[in-house]
Design a protein around this ligand. Structure first.
Ligand code: MCA
Ligand code: AMP
Length: 512
């Protein structure tokens, strides 16, 4: 049985307003894109991608600066039935090398500035096509697509066909590609459409300020799918700039951000109830929203931030309600269709209020890790629940609170940083015997990494030099903000490094 509407693009396209000449996206550089521009631009790109005669399931890996054309490339990949693989622009050579070797993309798209080193990695890994796409509408991808028709028949895809691979790490720090299907994303987008009360054009319409990067779930799916499936206009900010967001607030109704964005907006004296009076909804997620930020936002704007919780493997899982109590410090209730339970160490379900591991099931839960069937199997229970690695409790009335993580993960300004990955880079530096990286509180980023390093006997190490070496080899947001050189690491009787002791020792709250 074939069902053309199972392609996510078909569902998004169906929600476009009847009049395609309306503005779909207004950018901070003064460009206006109509819904027709989105439809025809993605058609040309999809036709071009299909002309490359790529194999079924081909991956299109993309590391480019945020632009509307980059969004079109995502939509075109859906249309053409291939698999989109977005990559953080901060990734450096070793990180890109890993992703390209692991995913074996048929196409790599990068900025012209990075073409030299990215294409070298890609061609070495056997990728046949490398194109460029810059944030000023230039590059070989658009030049090539310009020759193709602006009409395109959406390729048939089934709900369980993979649409996207998002790299994310687990406990090991080795990145795994989470495979999300057309069905995962469509089901989640439809649930959020109702849950967050998106308004159709007939009801006055919503306008989203889009200020997040578009290579992770928050900016790419939660925000973009949300706007598109409601036929809502986006105000497109290439980078997060608090003053720009404030300027645009009177024209908008919805804003989504990681907690750091709210902290930075609160630092602006111009944030007032009058300025925010046109807004309908402020949503936060990706990292814990501190109670201080939640309360300060209420005082400064009169709005209560709606906090929600999700993962790359599951898209959105829980949310505070749009109508009803938005309870600070909680991530709200399981979304319709999501089964969530909190279990103890023995795998038994815990009573309300008891703290344990959060497990989930639902149509939003991913299809598995790319080429890692064993790892995938380990992350699911026998009865099909996915182990999130988050630790929390659920109150008797259903509200979920996340209290920690069983996975060794630091969330810094909404980006995930895996201590194990950094420890392995530090341990490979000359003169290092061992190291530990821990997350400590930070006023701006919520949490940041601190490295604690033990030198080999007789070697003297300079903390600044260690940080400089890290900066040269990993994405900048992963670099610990501080480094301490010590004679040994605290260990428990089992010989395991006591990270909690290190956190207490080095975790004096750091400024922004
Ligand atoms: C930048 N830096 C950071 C971070 N961002 N350090 C730690 N954590 C960060 N998040 C460093 C840079 O390396 C640089 O250091 C210095 O801070 C200033 O960099 P700059 O680029 O100017 O920072 P920025 O542009 O102001 O970026 C801060 C930011 C950004 C806007 C908060 O990090 C951001 O957009 N975060 C959002 C991430 C996000 O979308 N997460 C969603 C994941 P130096 O000067 O030393 O080089 S999706 C997800 O988690 C799920 C599933 C969910 O639930 O949503
Ligand atoms: P990622 O690996 O990017 O998919 O990040 C997913 C992780 O982000 C989750 O497993 C949580 O640990 C964390 N997360 C997402 N939203 C929230 C939230 N509202 N509060 C606390 N943690 C969150």
């Amino acid at each position: 049985m074939t069902n053309p509407s199972s392609n996510l693009y078909t569902a998004l396209r169906r929600a476009f307003p009847a009049d395609l000449e309306h503005t779909a996206i207004e950018t901070d550089s003064g460009l206006f894109y109509t819904w027709r521009d989105l439809e025809s631009g993605t058609a040309m790109l999809a036709n071009f991608l299909q002309s490359l005669d790529l194999p079924d399931g081909a991956r299109i890996a993309v590391q480019v600066e945020k632009s509307v054309e980059a969004l079109m490339l995502y939509l075109a990949t859906l249309r053409a039935g291939y698999v989109f693989l977005p990559l953080n622009t901060a990734y450096q050579s070793a990180e890109m090398d890993y992703f390209i070797q692991d995913a074996e993309p048929a196409v790599v798209v990068c900025s012209a500035a990075n073409f030299g080193w990215v294409s070298k990695l890609a061609f070495r890994a056997g990728t046949p096509w490398v194109f460029t796409l810059n944030d000023d509408r230039s590059g070989s991808l658009l030049e090539r697509a310009a020759h193709w028709p602006d009409q395109h028949q959406v390729v048939v895809r089934q709900a369980d066909d993979v649409a996207v691979i998002i790299y994310t790490s687990g406990t090991t720090g080795r990145s795994k590609g989470a495979m999300l299907t057309h069905g995962n994303m469509l089901s989640n987008a439809l649930v959020l459409k109702d849950y967050w009360g998106w308004r159709s054009a007939a009801e006055g319409g919503d306008v989203l300020i889009h200020a997040l990067p578009i290579f992770h779930v928050h900016g790419l799916f939660v925000a973009i799918h949300g706007a598109l499936i409601n036929g809502s206009k986006m105000i497109w900010c290439a980078k997060f700039d608090p003053r720009l967001v404030l300027r645009k607030m009177p024209e908008a109704t919805v804003f989504m951000g990681v907690p750091t964005l709210y902290v930075r907006l609160l630092a602006e004296p111009g944030l007032t109830p009058a300025l925010a009076s046109h807004m309908r909804l402020f949503i936060s997620g990706s990292a814990p929203l501190l109670m201080d930020t939640f309360e300060a936002w209420q005082q400064r704007t009169g709005h209560t931030i709606l906090e929600r919780y999700g993962m790359s493997e599951t898209i959105m899982l829980t949310s505070n309600p749009y109508v009803g109590e938005r309870r600070g410090g909680t991530v709200g209730l399981p979304l319709p269709g999501v089964s969530l339970r909190v279990v103890g160490g023995d795998g038994r379900m815990l009573a309300p209020g008891e703290i344990g591991d959060i497990q989930v099931k639902g149509p939003n839960v991913f299809a598995g890790y790319w080429r890692m069937p064993e790892k995938t199997a380990q992350e699911f229970t026998a009865d099909g629940f996915f182990k999130t690695g988050d630790v929390g409790r659920q109150a008797a009335d259903g509200y979920v609170t996340i209290v920690g993580r069983s996975k060794d993960l630091i969330i810094s300004g909404g980006y995930n940083v895996y201590p194990a990955e950094l420890e392995s880079v530090i341990n490979d530096l000359p003169g290092v015997a061992e190291s530990a990286v821990v997350g400590v509180p930070h006023a701006d980023f919520g949490e940041v990494g601190v490295a604690v390093v033990v030198p080999r006997a007789g070697v003297s190490l300079a903390p600044a030099a260690i940080l400089a070496r890290l900066k040269a080899s990993v994405a900048n947001y992963k670099v610990p903000k501080q480094c301490f050189v010590v004679t040994d690491l605290p260990r428990n009787t089992m010989g395991k490094v006591q990270k909690n002791v290190l956190r207490d020792r080095y975790g004096v709250t750091q400024g922004g």
